[in-house]
Ligand binder design. Structure first.
Ligand SMILES: [Zn+2]
Length: 229
């Protein structure tokens, strides 16, 4: 029996052995681990790629994003930006989107329904979007390794406006539902095309107002220094 026949007999009708090492070196610079079969990355970098869409990517923690969420909420309420027609329209668009999934593929539609049934508001969803843009365009932009990681984070934060929930494993253990990076990235790109431009203009305006306020405070302080009360 020749090699091809023996190999075919061994493989036919079986699941591919994706856990078997192929022997190549991982495609990430400086990583010399062996590739997972059918992948250009080793196990560690393949799993980072699965979650973040970049083999060396990292999704920012909620604690890193939250300050920008608070700052956006403050600007919407106190600076009156929440009444701007474009902000109102964006909130309505998001609410309409999750209320009627229409012909959206089921892998997204099930999340739209989850958000809608979980009581996600237009303001809540918009704040999660603005927060990610704040971290990127006002805060530490290098937190995002590249655009793919940014979109993945955007989709992920928005989809978590209502918690993803839990599922029971075959062993009976309760585990948090995982969110594949690819799904988050696709959702993030869709959100960016709808709301991204507005989010960038929003932060530009917030920075402008903050600068004006800081300048006013400085003028008062300087006047006091010249002529103490
Ligand atoms: Zn690697």
């Amino acid at each position: 029996m020749d090699y091809a026949t023996r190999r075919a007999a061994r493989l036919t009708g079986r699941a591919p052995r994706v856990d078997k090492h192929e022997g190549h070196e991982c495609a990430v610079d400086g990583c010399s681990r062996t590739c997972r079969a059918m992948s250009r990355y080793c196990l560690r970098h393949a799993s980072a790629f699965y979650r973040t869409r970049n083999p060396t990517g990292r999704l920012p923690r909620v604690q890193e994003i939250n300050p920008y969420r608070d700052r956006a909420a403050y600007a919407l309420d106190v600076y009156g930006l929440g009444e701007h027609p474009a902000i109102v329209a964006a909130e309505q668009t998001l609410e309409r989107m999750i209320a009627s999934p229409g012909a959206v593929p089921e892998r997204y539609a099930k999340h739209w329904r989850r958000l809608n049934e979980g009581g996600a508001t237009g303001r809540g969803m918009l704040l999660n979007i603005l927060a990610v843009y704040g971290l990127r365009y006002v805060g530490v932009r290098d937190v995002f390794t590249d655009d793919a990681v940014h979109f993945t984070c955007l989709g992920s934060r928005w989809l978590r406006t209502v918690p993803l929930g839990w599922y029971r494993t075959s062993g009976g253990k309760l585990e948090q539902v995982r969110l594949p990076g690819l799904l988050a990235e696709e959702v993030g790109r869709a959100l960016a095309s709808k709301i991204g431009g507005l989010a960038i203009l929003f932060w530009n305006r917030v920075e402008q107002i903050d600068a004006e306020r800081a300048a006013e405070a400085m003028t008062i302080r300087e006047a006091l220094e010249r002529n103490p009360l």
